[in-house]
Ligand binder design. Structure first.
Ligand code: ATP
Length: 140
């Protein structure tokens, strides 16, 4: 059975998640308040719509309530990220993954009910460091 996802924020991080999920055959609703970004995903995601995720009414109208897993990939606008997450928890979304910009942001996201908080740059830096170490060990 196809799983349903929504990705809010189609920057490099959210866009990449949206592309990978779509390529794996998942149903993805792609949301951004920037028309150009949304147009880039019209042929990639199952649905791509222009909406402000801090507007509860818009999210309800889009049927976000019925989606299994929502990924919030808004980075710079921490206030929008927090407000979007609160709305999603109020809607009763089963799983919410949110990109954190810094430790304070992450702390708040955990408190307001995000199920998974990710720090893409930090996490990727760690993985690459471990990868470099294991490659070096193999080289010796
Ligand atoms: P990345 O670091 O992933 O490349 P970015 O630097 O392009 O992202 P961010 O500020 O992290 O930009 O925002 C990611 C996306 O979220 C942008 O495409 C932006 O238009 C979108 N976005 C920001 N606020 C909202 C909002 N309230 N509703 C919907 N989309 C939003």
């Amino acid at each position: 059975m196809k799983r349903e996802f929504a990705v809010i924020g189609l920057g490099r991080f959210g866009g990449s998640i949206c592309k990978e999920l779509s390529m794996e055959g998942m149903e993805v609703l792609a949301i951004d308040n920037n028309e150009d970004r949304v147009n880039e995903f019209k042929n990639i995601a199952s649905h791509a719509v222009i909406a402000d995720s801090t507007d509860e009414v818009s999210l309800k109208e889009l049927g976000v309530k019925n989606i299994d897993h929502v990924i919030v990939a808004i980075g710079d606008d921490i206030q929008a990220s927090i407000l979007t997450t609160v709305i999603l928890t109020d809607l009763g979304i089963k799983k919410i993954t949110v990109k954190a910009q810094n430790d304070y942001h992450a702390k708040i996201l955990n408190k307001i009910g995000a199920d998974q908080v990710v720090h893409p740059e930090r996490d990727m830096g760690k993985r690459i460091a471990h990868n470099i170490i294991s490659n070096n060990i193999l080289d010796y």
